[in-house]
Ligand binder design. Structure first.
Ligand code: SF4
Ligand code: SF4
Length: 222
């Protein structure tokens, strides 16, 4: 899922400081699962916005709404039910949701309440870790299912840098060296020979370096 966390309130208050009416719009997708932007968080944010504005000597009306997802055209029209009730939307979706509403609602100012951080999973209660960087050319079949693009501090493609100690990355003692883990995992499947195979220089244009990416599925388009 996409993992995100709420921005500092001072930053959010700075966005809405000239607003009289704000729609705090929750997303019931990934950001609900990572407890950053679901309905409960939108309610809390709504109160914090009113409180923050009061401290600035201003008042603001807040309305709370939520969409099934803010990254899907079919749900965006539901925003119209709150028409007239806001000067701006504060979205608790990830950056995709904010972009989507901005694309589809030319007359609506949308502010991001969250910092979108990474694609990850919940490793423990209240803890999420990055697992994939969406590079567009997955090599997990070569690396024992563990991603060196996202999980190696240097995104190395051909084995460790030599700086790891006791299985930990040289950047910090509590960060796993994913190349050590890849090695151990390949060995456990008797596939250590895979470590000797040189991965050719990658074409990073499939990642985020070649402009905005697009996926078109001919079997799904109408
Ligand atoms: S290789 Fe690319 S697509 Fe595969 S998990 Fe890593 S970043 Fe994601
Ligand atoms: S110690 Fe391991 S994870 Fe850290 S940068 Fe080197 S190879 Fe990558």
């Amino acid at each position: 899922m996409i993992v995100a966390e709420r921005k500092p309130m001072a930053e959010i208050i700075g966005m809405v400081k000239d607003c009289k009416k704000v729609l705090v719009l929750a997303c019931r997708g990934c950001v609900t699962v990572c407890s950053a932007g679901g309905e409960r968080e939108a309610e809390i944010l709504s109160s914090l916005i009113r409180l923050g504005m009061k401290k600035e000597g201003k008042s603001v009306e807040t309305t709370i709404g939520s969409l099934v997802r803010q990254c899907d055209r079919e749900y965006i029209d539901e925003i119209d039910q709150w028409k007239g009730q806001y000067d701006a939307v504060v979205s608790t979706a990830c950056g995709v949701g904010v972009n989507f509403i901005s694309n589809l609602r030319k007359d609506t100012m949308v502010y991001p309440a969250l910092n979108t951080t990474f694609f990850g999973g919940s490793s423990e209660q209240g803890e999420w870790t990055e697992q994939c960087a969406g590079c567009g050319d997955c090599i997990l079949h070569l690396t024992g299912g563990l991603c060196p693009v996202a999980r190696c501090a240097k995104s190395l493609m051909n084995g460790p840098c030599g700086g790891s100690v006791d299985g930990k990355c040289e950047i910090a003692k509590d960060v796993e060296c994913v190349w050590q883990s890849i090695h151990d995992r390949l060995c456990s499947f008797d596939r250590s020979a895979q470590m000797e195979v040189i991965t050719p220089i990658r074409d990073w244009s499939t990642a985020g370096h070649g402009g905005p990416r697009k996926t078109v599925r001919d079997d799904l388009t109408v």
